[in-house]
Design a protein around this ligand. Structure first.
Ligand code: F6R
Length: 615
């Protein structure tokens, strides 16, 4: 999510770090900062907004040291501001961090009791204070202080640390968030991403989970974060171009973001599932059992893909919380006289948090006294600012215009919220809640197994080769997979420019079936779920009219291969409520490969913008 760069060597490091941050700016851009050890003291500069703001500051007051760290931020805790920008400092220690520290509230309390003063709203600041505490009270060398601090941290992170009182060493650590060491001549580098380092070196050490890198200008040592024992390593020579590196080796940001979904979903769940106490931990949602007892209905308000997430969310709220749910296109609701009142909860869903229609619908509902909460990916955006509480998806910046990881993380956020409301309304027993949460915790692995495996034939490429010249396609689904038919069609049309329609399978005979002929492929979403037999009949109706079928099927559906031109098999054993989350993958991959084969601009399709701030 955020970008990290560290340097130790004999060159003034300010420009090296800033140039590296520029390469990482696509990862986060709400604030940036740098800290450098200069004449035995720590000097730092931080700015809100784009990296250029920091550069302007540094032009006025350059930093001249030869050891330093820099960071470009995508906020997860604490709104974008100079105070919340990294590096965070405690005494002579400065830390940059990518990831989430789940237990930061408890650690902060503990450290405050020991006399530490906090100056930001971030989770990161506890790391700086923990390390400074270890340095001071146990006189631990920097690497050991980092090791000791890591023992206290719960979460996912990559960190890089400098200490002005030990200027010959820079320390990095990785736990579930990437970190790489770049090897130079009499200088070494650390970064969250090889893209930051390619202009200096192509020889890299990719840290594994739970490894600490102790880096001086002359050498690199890896240590185990559990035992502190030294670990042997081998450097890798990277041949990627800088553009390839930004996309993590993928051809497009969209492909990278599709593959990031297991990680993104894990981040949405992080710190929010308490199996032991059978609870969803959502302190950011200021609604208690009393509020939920008063509520008569939910209006979910969104546009585009976020609206499709809302349509899936309706099933969760109805099933788990027994609430009446209306799912509304924001551009329509804002001009309707809907019976919204103080007994209504509005859930506004928006990746960007800036969509003009969603914001306007939210404001209208607020005037009528509704309780407003939102699900959003961008911390501090307008929609969260105007909500009583926001459940952030923590998907990280989404660069591709077509929404992918934002969608699946919205589904997870809605699911969590529905379980939470079900609990507050007394609709879920401890056992039911635990079962629901345990299934959700398995979601990252399920989604991972829906991705094509390297080295195996990619079925999407074969479909794209055969059908990329199609003029029109249909997508059919039922129940909680009807919204996925809509999403599949939207993804396809927006990036491949092939006309596509998503239909509720049961509606086919009421009109759309007239479109079917041998040139119009139909994607039929037909896993072994409660609607299996009904959708199978709809599939037969398509085939009877010579319509080619691309079938999304379950393993164990023995008939599938004989009924369709192409079968895309889903992973095994998907709980029904997680089915939409997993089916999102074939919808995205199909659209992606069709567009890639056609050669359209996948990441920036014509006529579309990432954030729609006009009506
Ligand atoms: C489709 C897509 C759009 C957005 C819509 C709402 O792939 O990205 O349909 O979902 O413009 O945007 P947000 O979620 O930012 O409000």
């Amino acid at each position: 999510m955020c970008g990290i760069v560290g340097y130790i060597g004999s060159e003034p490091c300010m420009d090296i770090i800033v140039e590296g941050l520029r390469r990482l700016e696509y990862r986060g851009y709400d604030s940036a900062g740098i800290a450098v050890v200069e004449g035995g003291a720590l000097r730092s500069a931080r700015s809100e907004g784009k990296l250029d703001n920091l550069v302007k500051k540094l032009r006025k007051e350059p930093l001249t040291g030869q050891v330093g760290v820099g960071h470009t931020r995508w906020a997860t805790h604490g709104r974008p501001s100079e105070d919340n920008a990294h590096p965070h400092r405690s005494g002579t220690v400065a830390v940059v961090h990518n990831g989430i520290i789940e237990n930061h509230v408890a650690l902060k309390r503990e450290l405050e009791a020991l006399g530490h003063t906090f100056t930001s709203q971030t989770d990161t600041e506890v790391i700086a204070h923990l390390i400074a505490h270890e340095r001071k009270t146990r006189n631990a060398p920097l690497p050991e202080a980092v090791f000791a601090a890591m023992k206290r941290l719960v979460g996912a992170y990559a960190i890089v640390v400098v200490d002005a009182s030990e200027p010959g060493t820079i320390v990095g650590a990785r736990l579930a968030s990437p970190l790489v060491v770049g090897l130079g001549q009499h200088e070494n580098f650390l970064a969250s991403d090889v893209a930051a380092l390619l202009s200096h070196t192509r020889d890299m050490i990719f840290l594994d989970e739970g490894q600490i890198a102790v880096v001086t200008a002359a050498r690199v040592e890896l240590r185990d974060a559990e035992t502190f024992a030294p670990i042997p390593y081998r450097a890798t020579h990277v041949t990627w171009t800088p553009a390839m590196a930004e996309k993590g080796g993928f051809k497009h940001f969209m492909a990278k973001e599709i593959h990031e979904q297991p990680r993104a979903i894990a981040d949405t769940l992080r710190g929010r599932v308490d199996l032991e106490n059978a609870a969803v931990v959502l302190p950011e949602i200021p609604l208690g059992a009393d509020d939920l007892a008063r509520v008569s209905q939910i209006y979910i308000v969104a546009c585009g893909t976020s609206w499709h997430a809302g349509l899936v969310g309706r099933y969760h709220f109805e099933d788990l919380a027994g609430l009446a749910v209306h799912v509304e296109l924001a551009s329509e609701l804002r001009y309707r006289n809907a019976p919204i009142d103080e007994r209504t909860i509005i859930i506004a869903i928006s990746q960007s948090g800036e969509t003009a229609d969603t914001l306007a619908a939210l404001r209208e509902a607020k005037k009528k006294g509704a309780r407003i909460i939102s699900i959003c990916n961008v911390i501090g955006a307008s929609i969260p600012r105007e909500s009583e509480g926001t459940l952030y998806t923590h998907a990280g910046p989404e660069i591709g215009v077509a929404s992918t990881k934002a969608f699946t993380t919205q589904l997870v956020a809605l699911h969590l919220l529905a379980i939470h409301f079900g609990r507050l309304r007394g609709r879920l027993t401890d056992a039911a809640l635990r079962a629901e949460l345990a299934a959700l915790l398995h979601a990252p692995a399920l989604v991972e197994s829906a991705l094509p495996r390297e080295g195996e034939p990619n079925p999407y490429e074969a479909i794209a080769r055969r059908w990329h010249e199609a003029h029109s396609m249909l997508f059919l689904g039922r129940g909680n997979l009807f919204p996925l038919a809509l999403e599949g069609a939207l993804k396809l049309k927006e990036i491949s420019y092939i006309h596509a329609e998503g239909q509720a399978a049961g509606e086919m005979k009421h009109g759309p079936i007239a479109l079917i002929d041998e040139r119009v492929p139909t994607v039929v979403i037909n896993p072994l779920d409660q609607h299996f037999a009904k959708v199978r009949s709809n599939l037969s109706e398509v085939r009877a009219r010579s319509g080619p079928v691309i079938l999304i099927a379950s393993q164990g559906d023995d008939e599938a291969a004989s009924l369709a031109e192409h079968v895309l098999y889903l992973p095994d054993a998907i709980p029904p409520r997680l089915m939409p989350l997993v089916v999102a993958l074939p919808m995205q991959l199909l659209a992606y490969h069709m567009a890639d084969f056609k050669g359209t601009d996948v990441d920036q399709p014509r006529n579309l913008a990432k954030s729609v701030t006009v009506e």
